[in-house]
Design a protein around this ligand. Sequence first.
Ligand SMILES: *Cc1c(COP(=O)(O)O)cnc(C)c1O
Length: 458
Amino acid sequence: MQDDFRTIIEPFRIHSVEPLRMTTPQQRSAAVRDAGYNLFNLHADDVLIDLLTDSGTGAMSRDQWAAIQHGDESYAGSPSWFRFLRAVQELFPFRHVIPTHQGRAAERILFSVLGGPGKVIPNNTHFDTTRANVEFTGAEAVDLVIPEGRDPALFHPFKGNLDLSALEQLLSERAEDVPVAFVTITNNSGGGQPVSLANLRGASRLCHQYGVPLFLDACRFAENAWFIHQREEGQERREIADIVREMASLADGMTMSAKKDPFGNIGGWLAMNDDQLAEQCRNLLILTEGFPTYGGLAGRDLEAIAQGLQEAVDPDYLRYRIRSTAYLGEAVAAAGVPVVQPIGGHAVYLDARSLLPHIPPLRYPGQALSVALYQTGGIRSAEIGTVMFGRHPDGSEQPAAMDLVRLAVPRRTYTQSHIDYVIEVVLKVASEAPALPGYRMVSEPPALRHFTARFEPV
Ligand SMILES: *Cc1c(COP(=O)(O)O)cnc(C)c1O
């Protein structure tokens, strides 16, 4: 306990280190030009502080590395699988747990069974791979986050909440076309914002009234539970694991990326209570992922995730985790840089559209800001805006709801001085904002274009 002191320290010390490679602004300008001004195309060696994603990039603990040595690589029925299953069901007591190599594989399997033309799938905000996997089946993905969730500057304790009246309207009009409803905790594409237990209870009640199963996209379940613990009336005395179990009890299933809160470098799962649905999903799993007791993962990965799940719900870790993200966000906001408020769990989202009003959305202000952060300080971030969400299934291009740049903080990986450096770079780029150019896309793939599109400045 450190209750008497103001400084919230990292609740770990460093056991093994990785060198960072320094580069000059000239080297970075050449590297980003060669990458077609798409930061996904950079060599990671040319990045100093990598805030592209918190997915699979966290530091594993001593106990996770030790667990890896227990990995049993039996094709079927490995003890590592049973340890994984126990760890998952301890928090998410669904009847069926289906391991996958990452979250999007769980999505693809589920939507292959439940999706298809004429179907509509609501979510607070679909994550990019979730939306793409829904749309790939011909179904429609609709985002029903509360109106407060679309206003970057507005404070609200649970800005990830689903708009329950919009959900009720959809269900009352066409429940038979809704094979499943989703809630993403925390709401990644909407600023890493949490969803309250009260909202989940409401969504659960509505879905069940209309006979529609409710699923969680639970990648950041522990961070969401911490926000509930801190912000929701009557929750401050509960254990984090207990809050997680209540969230699970309100749902009929989940998709999961173990690369997020469970501290895996790879992994995921699909879980549900429905026996018939589980059988259909397992049949698809065997086709592309593997046998149902490993699902595309090595036994050692299952062990690392099982251990990581226990660490993810440790309150000392979560207090540090949420505080360190807020530290970055509050520092840049205090200096006048527009950010999504309040600061989310895993990332700080810079509001590129407000910072760069001279760049119209179809000239990609988020791309402009993320390229500048790299050129100036070697920081890699991710555009979450019109590049990611602007292209529609009918071929049209429209501005996304917001043009954000996400600075995602890998778990347990960077120290406070790394973050102080990031703050300095963001402030320098913000001071030069009026001089930044917009971008034109010169090539784009048919789906998930942000990963591989190429750009040039205009
Ligand atoms: C990362 C993520 C996914 C997809 O998981 P992968 O492991 O990257 O395939 C789905 N939903 C949300 C909210 C995510 O953050």
